[in-house]
Design a protein around this ligand. Structure first.
Ligand code: TLP
Length: 346
């Protein structure tokens, strides 16, 4: 890449192997179900998360929206973390386009809703209320520093859902980061949910795309929902080819990104004026805050990192920043970040 970009793992460029695979991909019309590369990706994705079928979509947002549209109807309720991506950062799609009524609950330091609160959030069977339909979960949990939530939480959520006939969808944008960090097969996490979306274009480096996975019957419905939001593509095998490389070559190496994030956290934590908790850094992201005592403004901090070391960082709202590691960030880049930050703040 042409810069050291910690703003997100979404910025990661495709690898040379992906570009090669894209150039050589056999293609067909995916709306007719005839793109062999898309079909291969969907089958591989479904197998890796232990579901019957998969659906290639343009983005994580489209995957979550397609899932919610396929699972629910106007007037249905969705219990969801109040700082989850689906509730907070997808332009309100479930309500705007689906007529789904979110029922947001607080989450703990790891991104888990309190189970008693989840139980209490289920409406009585009464015409005043939305219809109970969905519980939306996320793993890893972006707003809580990408914390990887262990499967027992999802098992509890499943239990509640089963008691009330609810459907559980997981925004697993960074599911593989969670699985690698927990040293688990992703299926051990996804066995507790009805459907899951994961992204190919974040830490896994593909240029575009996510896959929504679930039962055959659900994916049939999801085809219509994806069409509805304009997401049915044609020779999408060009992009799916990169996704296959992402799933076959880029999963295990996520551990390197996690080690880099931890190294960055430990380095930054040593600098006077920076506040963070390295022990919470388990995957490829970290949050830190500039102490009130720091003279440099958040904007100056971002600008100087860019000017002095070509290091790109976003954030600064409430003096808080997020740094995300990915394939294109090496240990030397992490050390340069720490060294430059120290020089700026001294
Ligand atoms: N997250 C982006 C931004 O939107 C914040 C990022 O840089 O992290 N779920 C989670 C947990 C996500 O973090 C994201 C993207 C999505 C869903 C949506 O994926 P895309 O961007 O492909 O629509």
């Amino acid at each position: 890449m042409d810069r050291i970009d910690f703003r997100s793992d979404t910025v990661s460029w495709p690898t040379p192997a992906m570009r090669q695979a894209m150039a050589n991909a056999p293609v067909g019309d995916d709306v007719y179900g005839e793109d062999p590369t898309v079909n291969r990706l969907e089958a591989l994705a479904a197998e890796m998360v232990g579901k019957e079928a998969g659906l290639f979509v343009a983005s994580g947002t489209m995957g979550n929206l397609t899932a919610i549209l396929a699972h629910g109807r106007r007037g249905d309720g969705a219990i969801v973390g109040e700082d989850s991506h689906t509730f907070r950062a997808e332009a309100g799609g479930m309500a705007v386009l689906g007529g789904i009524v979110p029922n947001p609950l607080p989450t703990d330091v790891y991104g888990r809703m309190n189970l008693t609160a989840v139980n209490q959030a289920i409406y009585p069977d009464d015409c005043h209320f939305p219809t109970n339909r969905l519980i939306l979960v996320e793993n890893s949990y972006g707003a809580k520093g990408g914390y990887p939530i262990a499967p027992d939480y999802f098992q509890e959520i499943r239990h509640i859902a089963d008691q009330h006939g609810l459907i559980v969808h997981m925004d697993g944008a960074r599911l593989f980061n969670a699985a690698v960090a927990l040293n688990l097969d992703p299926r051990e996490i996804t066995q507790h949910v009805d459907s899951v979306t994961f992204c190919l274009s974040k830490g896994l480096c593909a240029p575009v795309g996510s896959v929504l996975c679930g039962s055959e019957e659900f994916i049939q419905k999801a085809h219509r929902a994806r069409k509805l939001v304009g997401g049915a593509m044609r020779q999408a095998g060009i992009m799916a080819a990169a996704g296959i490389v992402a799933l076959t070559e880029m999963v295990e190496r996520l551990a390197d990104d996690h080690a880099h994030a931890r190294r960055l956290a430990e380095g930054l934590a040593q600098i006077p004026g920076i506040k963070l908790q390295p022990e919470l850094v388990k995957t490829n992201m970290l949050f830190f805050t500039l102490d009130e005592s720091v003279k440099v403004t958040p904007e100056q901090f971002v600008q100087r990192l860019r000017d002095e070391a070509n290091i790109w960082l976003s954030g600064g709202y409430s003096r808080s920043f997020r740094a995300v590691t990915h394939y294109w960030i090496q240990e030397a880049d992490v050390d340069l970040f720490v060294k430059t930050a120290r020089a700026i703040l001294q």
